[in-house]
Ligand binder design. Structure first.
Ligand code: URA
Length: 324
């Protein structure tokens, strides 16, 4: 049911993005949607506000509703249902459910294909961000008061940094790399002679993978990564950078395929290809937070020198000899 509902919402959003303004629904379904909407809004809001003849603008057959209304209503119902499921007391000895309830790992639906609208980069990016921020699955994994995290930065960036998943600070702010790992990344970007505004920063995951406790992070499961990956791919497609930098093993495995390498040490130090563009793998900034030997810091910097060369940035003598 959950998968079907998500597939339906995704399809309605896709149709909406393609410019389909109205869809036909059966009388029964329309009645059902009307009843739910009336119930949830105290009967104040009509599901079909501009049902043709009323507004005098379009004339539609009786059984058509606005695509946007249908998608929004279904998403609302779905999000509410998920919230209820999460707030419901955990059934005793339910082996198939973890502490995260309905959104526990292993219950992630298959990813939906993404069709970007036509238009400017800004328009395409905004449509994508809108879709991600309203993604029912992503929202189902976010605790009250926390946010789904979408990428940020320069839409004309040459360099696209891709991390793993939001952490505590990121899900509060709704922005990638704003915590301690973000400070390291900002330092790296600065050492390259750039600012955060010059690059694009995204993550494989759009939500912070749930933990049974309020603290700590865990790497996303392959199912979680697979679900969010189309959102990342679409961001790369919109930004169209000269090079993608995979920060850490999760990003590298997500983008290149887990079977491509055994350790991050083996994956770095070479230029990979991701959808016809160069991809450089390096250690995750949070790895550098855990007092690494100078050798590891230098390796990350050498990866960045490679990135600078790939995008044609000037490299000074000081930068060549730099250690992070
Ligand atoms: N780690 C990541 O991989 N991404 C973030 O946004 C923050 C920490």
């Amino acid at each position: 049911m959950r998968c079907q509902m998500e597939a339906l919402i995704a399809e309605l959003n896709r149709l909406k993005q393609e410019g389909v303004t109205h869809v036909a629904v059966s009388d029964d379904a329309l009645e059902h949607l009307r009843a739910v909407v009336a119930l949830r809004s105290g009967g104040q809001r009509a599901l079909v506000e501009d049902r043709a003849t009323k507004s005098g603008r379009v004339s539609l057959p009786e059984n058509h509703i606005r695509t946007e209304d249908a998608a929004k209503t279904l998403a609302e119902i779905f999000t509410a249902a998920n919230a209820n499921a999460r707030n419901a007391p955990e059934p005793v000895a339910s082996p198939s459910k973890g502490a995260a309830g309905d959104s526990a790992p292993g219950k992630i639906p298959l990813p939906s294909p993404i069709v970007l609208p036509v238009g400017t980069k800004q328009h395409r990016w905004e449509a994508l961000r809108d879709r991600v921020l309203n993604c029912p699955e992503c929202n189902a994994h976010v605790q009250p008061g926390k946010k789904v995290v979408f990428g940020i930065g320069n839409l004309d960036a040459d360099i696209f940094f891709c991390g793993e998943a939001p952490g505590a600070e990121e899900e509060i702010k709704g922005e990638p790399f704003v915590g301690p790992a973000g400070e390291v990344l900002t330092k790296i970007i600065k050492a390259m002679g750039l600012t955060r505004e010059d690059v694009y920063i995204g993550n494989i995951m759009n939500w912070r993978p749930e933990m049974p406790t309020a603290h700590g992070n865990r790497p996303p499961t392959p199912e979680e990564t697979a679900f969010c990956l189309p959102y990342l791919r679409a961001q790369i497609e919109v930004v169209n950078p000269k090079v993608v930098v995979a920060l850490g093993a999760t990003a590298a495995k997500g983008l290149l395929g887990a079977e491509q390498f055994s350790t991050l040490g083996r994956a770095r130090g070479q230029v990979h290809t991701f959808e016809n563009r160069p991809l450089v793998v390096t250690y995750h900034p949070s790895y550098l937070l855990r007092s690494q030997p100078l050798r590891t810091r230098r390796m990350v910097w050498e990866d960045m020198l490679q990135v600078m060369e790939l995008v044609g940035l000037p490299i000074s003598e000081k930068q060549r000899g730099f250690f992070l």
